[in-house]
Write a protein that binds this ligand. Structure first.
Ligand code: ARG
Length: 600
């Protein structure tokens, strides 16, 4: 199944080739004058230059070759040598029928060679509060996971849980001091209590206190450091307590992510890479990659000449390697964030052996990933090109700083969702939507509207841009918003319900009206949008397509009566088009991680 643009692209390339032009110059794009044509090729301009020919004449000869193509109803040369192509109604109808019959993929093609892909996203931490970076990672990562899977890749989404390191030592000491860890603090093999009294509330409360205290109280900080080292060294009581912290934290996170329709195939954590670190350090030494630097052990990752100016503590400026060396073992002998990421590459190779790992993490960590990727390629832990950091900008508050929830504190996912759901309820009532729904269904609808608003607002921006959190705008039923798209879905569903009640049947597609053509062309363009979103790792392209499709349907519905059409054949054709639009819209929204309600 090929989309029209690709199919025409091949025909146009063949016609250009017959005129002695390199096929690469013969690109077909969507027309920028939809009133004149559906597609266009500007290839004659560049080709004429290369051949020292007259572009209009060359375009004329190519057009003549294309004129006999039954899929085209008009081929015209315009301006200095553009070739305008208009699709014949029959060819457009056939393509729309093809999309309509493809209920699972709505006309989108799979990848030619499926790969094993790990997507590292979410990245929440035990007890440490979430911030907008975690939220965006969850939204974007979930969408990419669905998109890659949709195209046939074997995808594993891994939360890469922050379950190791200093914060765990802080919690152990803090719980011990509060008498919440009695029985676990004993030095020895146990037995330890079967259960710990520590709750999620304790973790949330104790972490900020302990983190604050560690900054001011060196003795406390040292105890926490020691506890961290002992935990990592395998002290049984600490491990038992740690397992409890991880379980409590994870259970709450799974629930919160669930509310956001985000889930992970794996909840591997930073701790999973820990057993591999010692061997890896030896290996890096053997490969002569690990060098001593001021008491620490580092891997140099900058190439000769890659430097930048760096200010030293004494105020002097030197040329320092850029990116800076990857810190593998600190001067105190501990493994670092980068060490864990490097070892996790080995761990994933052992467990999954992926062809590609995508890291959906805040743009601010770009240098960290550059260091890790370079080190892992130097050490031959990964193939060049098999690791990609997909950075993203921040979601800001109106003050231009990373968004915080009402309380002013850090982001609480639940608070955010509650706030959005409250607003969704108000908006539905204002718009007099959902008035005839029972209470549970209304609640479910409000929740879906809220999630659609949050996710669509995020994904309709390109990944790298930062945007401002503006719930009022996100929640509007008009404009490029999640709620608008859900409203269109519900409209089509209700049309199809009415059709079923009247026993009107979907039938052969026969396109003639401009609004029908437009809808069919939009349905056809989904494949290209999916490919582009996939290639650029950019859900934004799908969001854009979904919005265009909703608009095309809306115009079609306004211009072309469906159930009230003049004859049963037209009713049937328009019902098939409506059904195709619904399927594609639902699939596109699904790729964004957005679920639509039945009614509103
Ligand atoms: N837990 C980390 C943080 O909160 C994010 C983890 C991202 N993934 C990774 N492989 N480093 O910043």
């Amino acid at each position: 199944m090929t989309d029209l643009r690709t199919a025409l692209g091949e025909a146009v390339a063949a016609a250009f080739a017959a005129e002695g032009v390199d096929a690469a110059l013969a690109r077909v794009t969507t027309s920028d004058r939809p009133d004149l044509a559906d597609f266009q090729s500007n290839g004659a301009l560049a080709a004429a230059k290369a051949l020292k020919a007259n572009p209009r004449e060359l375009a004329g000869r190519v057009a003549e070759r294309l004129a006999a193509d039954p899929r085209l109803s008009a081929v015209e040369v315009a301006g200095p040598g553009f070739i305008n192509l208009k699709i014949a109604d029959a060819a457009l109808s056939a393509r729309a029928a093809e999309v309509a019959s493809d209920a699972d993929h709505a006309g989108a093609s799979p990848v030619a060679a499926p790969r094993k892909v790990v997507i590292d996203f979410g990245g929440p931490n035990v007890a440490k509060p979430m911030h907008v970076g975690h939220l965006r990672s969850a939204i974007i990562g979930e969408s990419l996971k669905r998109l890659f899977r949709f195209r046939g890749d074997d995808v594993t989404g891994d939360a890469h849980f922050g379950d190791w390191g200093f914060q765990m030592g802080l919690l152990i000491v803090a719980c011990g001091d509060e008498g919440l860890a009695d029985g676990f603090m004993a030095d020895g093999d146990g037995p330890f209590p079967a259960e710990s009294p520590v709750t999620l509330g304790d973790l949330d409360r104790l972490y900020p206190l302990a983190a604050g205290r560690a900054k001011e109280d060196p003795a406390f900080r040292d105890r926490a450091r020691k506890a961290t080292a002992e935990l990592q060294g395998g002290r049984p009581g600490y491990l038992a307590l740690w397992r409890h912290f991880v379980a409590v934290s994870r259970e709450a996170l799974v629930r919160e992510y669930g509310t956001l329709a985000v889930d992970f195939d794996l909840w591997n954590g930073e701790s999973d890479a820990d057993p591999l670190i010692a061997g890896m350090v030896v290996d890096l030494k053997t490969k002569a990659l690990l060098v001593e630097d001021d008491g620490a052990q580092v891997v140099h990752v900058a190439r000769p000449g890659e430097t930048r100016k760096k200010k030293l503590a004494d105020g002097s400026v030197v040329e320092a390697p850029s990116p800076p060396p990857l810190l593998v073992v600190s001067s105190e002998g501990s493994a670092m964030y980068g060490t864990t990421d490097l070892a996790t590459i080995l761990d994933r190779r052992n467990r999954i052996d992926p062809d590609l790992i995508l890291y959906v993490v805040d743009e601010r960590q770009a240098e960290h990933f550059e260091q890790v990727f370079r080190a892992s390629i130097l050490a031959r832990y990964a193939e060049p090109g098999s690791l990609e950091h997909l950075g993203f900008g921040t979601m800001n508050g109106t003050d231009g700083k990373p968004f915080k929830t009402r309380a002013g504190g850090v982001l609480k996912l639940n608070d955010l969702i509650t706030q959005a759901t409250d607003k969704a309820r108000d908006r539905l009532r204002e718009a007099e939507l959902g008035a005839d729904l029972d209470e549970a269904t209304f609640e479910d609808t409000a929740h879906k509207v809220a999630i659609a608003a949050l996710k669509f607002a995020d994904l309709s921006n390109s990944r790298t841009t930062s945007y401002v959190f503006d719930l009022d705008r996100f929640m509007s039923f008009e404009g490029k918003t999640g709620p608008y798209l859900l409203y269109q879905v519900v409209r089509i569903k209700s049309l199809l319900r009415r059709a079923a009640e009247q026993e009107a049947k979907a039938g052969l597609v026969a396109i003639s009206e401009p609004a029908e053509r437009d809808l069919a062309l939009t349905l056809d363009a989904f494949d290209q949008a999916v490919v582009e979103a996939y290639d650029k790792r950019s859900p934004h392209v799908i969001a854009e397509h979904a919005y265009r499709l909703a608009q095309a349907f809306s115009k079609f519905y306004a211009a072309c009566p469906v159930l009230a059409a003049a004859d049963p054949a037209t009713v049937g054709s328009r019902l098939t088009l409506s059904k195709a639009a619904l399927d594609q819209l639902v699939i596109a929204l699904g790729l964004l991680g957005i679920d639509a309600p039945e009614r509103m």
